[in-house]
Design a protein around this ligand. Structure first.
Ligand code: HDD
Length: 757
């Protein structure tokens, strides 16, 4: 109806919040008219699958199209049936010999229902078990055409994608906001076969050789005796490992920085980590590192916020992603590459490109954008899609090849192998979310969960029975041909190159690239994590590692632990900082940011209406917080309350507004049932302690806070100084909002932290 895209986003956002829109006819949603209930309900067809639920259009090995077939969608009949299609007349009672008699073994429905339930779970991923995913589209810019022939990177090529974000250490039911690395895995369903970019939000890895992967994960996972702590690095075995294997220092430092606690999956960078080799149409090769750059910028939680969220909303990131997509605030990333000449040394400016604990600073090799990723649809079924998706760094397409990074080599084995346990056999590529969109014609046969009906008599080559089919492709018919790289002759050894031995100068660059507030967070994180270790020797070893990064990092952590700061054992050489590594100091778009508006029936409801509308028009999400649920009624449109003082908690909001309280003095936002005070609007009611808690936390967490016309007294009661940085007070909601959104562009009011140092 309205051509304005921001309005469209705003409308969708409002609708997604159950404000007015989707509530229609949905019983149980606020504002919904419950339809009259008839028993039995009228028979209607099953809901149509969402577009994203359709199986990828593809051709089975038999040549039979396997396109979305309603009978494979799980719900193809209006009546409840058994797995065999018998319609059922009752699913709530076991078959018994009389109502009070024994249950009969012959009850085929009972047996089928319970048996299937007994087998509903599959093993969770051994790492990255906790995740959330979305469908989207990738558009190639064509800017990479000179370095790669990959079809999906050519100009205007559009490729469907499925992206899964994850934490590493926690179990499937663990909290989203723990301090950890985040996975960022993208499946590109390209016309030349599937390409998986299985990356992380941290550009370096703990170890340089895949043979240590089981060790680092055993150290990070809960202790084997008591199975604690869950989804944490703050424990002895983790710190034991990373201080004994100092190659882990760089990754660990990133983990201890704000990167370890992202604000949102939508606000994370992604990295391919390894150096890859691109091949162009002429066969020329270029070494590259892949980067995902979020349009919304890179932002993090603060530690206390992350910990609160772990309790009050363990699904914080999962919810944020799904809500944003449902609201139409589609998250976007640009894919970029840093390019390096493919020389025999495989180094760039002295940096070993085969060492996955190294980055190449963007100032030395700029990230060149090559395409745009937009996530625009939530999965329809978590298990079918997010749980069963199987990524593999060995899923490559012509134009993208690997290097001899020893970490990548082990990964090329591990991912295929793990799916066989996880997904119950070698045919997992036939699961809809894993089906390539390119035509399939393999000679792989049989095995557990085989769903293809292969025809033909000769699944081998050459053959003289099936007309010689299938044929082999060549470079001109888009065969995947490995880049003809020369491997130098050498002795077999179990050792790392000497260039892998510098474990401290790269971390030092990261540390020295941080702003003061980011450094403060890093110091606090190390002090917390090492402080949670019981073994004195591990704390001391941890400090020795920090001294080798930079004594300036080691000293405050040592002071926090109450231990002497050791001397460095390596020369502390100067390194050039990389300003691109800091998250602070730039302004970013506000799409999908959450603005909480605290009000109550006595407040300036007209002001709330206007502010809500402006927030929506800015592509953000306003959430009205009031003492109790329902609607706030006054003159004009009733305002839907989305959060109550009982359900709201500061961590949900990027900024907080206190709606004005017209009339003379007195505290506002009192609980309606507050015993104290005279109960009159604008009378001397005490501000509800939950509002005070919200304000106090928002203030401590560096969030913009605004209040208008009479809100000052609540701020005062919460101990929030009206003249503190990022606290905006004024006469009207619109004026205050303007300043608050200006502050929000910087993500946080950083001065507030600096003032604390
Ligand atoms: Fe891995 C999952 C990322 C090293 C073995 N890894 C997994 C996922 C991501 C990464 C994002 C989750 C995929 C999903 O959403 O399903 N892993 C990385 C990165 C690494 C890395 C960026 C280093 C650069 N991984 C790595 C090594 C090994 C593995 C060295 C083994 C030798 N990773 C696995 C795995 C997982 C996995 C066990 C568990 C579930 C799965 O593969 O499908 O095979």
């Amino acid at each position: 109806s309205d051509k304005n895209p921001i309005k469209a986003v705003a409308d969708k956002a409002a609708a997604a919040l159950g404000d007015d829109g989707p509530a229609e006819g949905v019983p149980g949603r606020p504002g919904a008219e419950s339809p009259p209930v008839h028993e039995p309900t009228d028979v209607r067809g099953p809901l149509p699958p969402k577009p994203d639920q359709a199986a990828p259009a593809t051709v089975s090995p038999t040549g039979i199209p396997t396109e979305a077939d309603p009978t494979t969608q799980g719900q193809g009949d209006p009546y409840l049936t058994t797995a065999q299609g018998n319609r059922l007349y009752d699913t709530d009672h076991s078959l018994k010999a009389g109502a009070r008699g024994p249950v009969l073994l012959q009850d085929h429905h009972l047996r089928e229902k319970i048996t299937h339930f007994d087998h509903e779970r599959i093993p969770e991923r051994v790492v990255h078990a906790r995740g959330a995913a979305a469908h989207g589209i990738f558009q190639g810019y064509g800017s990479a055409a000179s370095v790669t022939k990959a079809a999906f990177l050519q100009k205007d090529a559009e490729t469907p994608v499925f992206v899964r974000f994850s934490t590493v250490l926690g179990s499937r039911g663990s909290a989203d906001t723990v301090r950890d690395t985040r996975g960022f895995a993208t499946k590109f369903y390209t016309s030349e076969g599937t390409f998986d970019l299985v990356g992380n939000n941290i550009p370096v890895f703990f170890i340089q050789d895949a043979v240590k992967f089981p060790d680092v994960i055993h150290a990070g996972k809960p202790h084997p005796d008591r199975e604690i702590p869950q989804a944490q690095s703050a424990h002895d075995t983790f710190w034991d490992f990373v201080t004994l294997h100092t190659e882990a220092t760089h990754h660990t430092l990133w983990n201890m920085s704000d990167r370890g606690i992202p604000r949102s999956f939508r606000m994370m960078e992604g990295f391919g980590v390894h150096t890859f080799r691109l091949v162009n149409a002429e066969g020329a090769t270029t070494l590259v590192k892949f980067h995902w750059k979020p349009k919304l910028g890179v932002h993090s939680l603060v530690w206390e916020e992350a910990q609160i969220a772990g309790g009050v909303d363990p699904d914080f990131h999962r919810r944020d992603l799904a809500d944003a997509i449902e609201a139409g605030a589609y998250p976007q990333w640009e894919l970029g590459i840093q390019t390096f000449p493919d020389t025999p040394e495989q180094t760039f400016e002295g940096i070993d490109l085969l060492d996955p604990t190294n980055i190449v600073p963007e100032e030395l090799a700029p990230v060149q954008p090559i395409g745009l990723l937009t996530l625009n649809a939530n999965p329809t079924n978590f298990f079918a899609e997010t749980e069963q998706v199987a990524f593999h760094p060995g899923h490559l397409v012509p134009g993208i090849d690997i290097t001899d990074d020893p970490l990548l080599a082990g990964r090329l084995f591990s991912y295929l192998d793990t799916q066989i346990t996880r997904l119950g056999g070698p045919n997992f590529a036939q699961i809809p979310v894993n089906r390539p969109h390119a035509p399939i014609n393999d000679m792989l046969r049989d095995g557990m969960h085989q769903t293809a009906v292969h025809s033909g008599a000769a699944p081998y080559r050459p053959n003289s029975l099936d007309g010689g089919c299938p044929f082999l492709a060549g470079a001109d018919t888009r065969a995947y041909i490995e880049a003809p790289v020369t491997v130098p002759q050498a002795q077999k050894v179990r050792e790392a190159p000497t260039s892998f031995a510098d474990h401290f100068s790269q971390p030092r660059r990261f540390w020295r690239s941080m702003s003061p507030v980011e450094r403060e967070h890093i110091v606090a994180a190390y002090t917390f994590e090492l402080g949670k270790c019981y073994e004195q020797a591990i704390k001391e070893r941890g400090l020795r590692v920090l001294a080798n990064i930079d004594p300036e990092l080691c000293e405050p952590v040592a002071a926090g632990l109450g231990l002497p700061a050791p001397e460095p054992t390596v020369p502390i050489e100067t390194v050039e900082p990389s300003p691109a590594l800091s998250q602070v100091g730039r302004a970013w778009p506000l799409d999908g940011r959450i603005v909480g508006i605290v009000t109550d029936g006595a407040g300036d409801l007209d002001g709330v209406r206007v502010v809500r509308e402006i927030v929506l028009r800015g592509g953000m999400v306003p959430l009205v917080i009031a003492p109790s649920g329902g609607k706030l009624d006054s003159e004009g449109e009733p305002i839907t309350v989305q959060r109550t003082f009982a359900t709201a908690r500061s961590i949900e909001f990027d900024a907080l507004l206190l709606a004005g309280v017209p009339g003379p003095g007195g505290d506002a936002y009192g609980a309606r049932d507050a015993k104290a005070g005279n109960g009159e609007p604008n009378g001397a009611r005490p501000t509800d302690p939950r509002v005070l808690l919200m304000l106090g936390e928002a203030f401590r967490h560096g969030k913009a806070i605004g209040g208008w016309a009479g809100a000052q007294s609540a701020l005062e009661a919460a101990g929030v100084p009206a003249d503190a940085p990022g606290v905006v007070t004024g006469e009207t909601g619109t004026g205050v909002l303007e300043e608050v959104t200006g502050l929000l562009k910087n993500h946080r009011v950083w001065e507030r932290f600096a003032a604390r140092v």
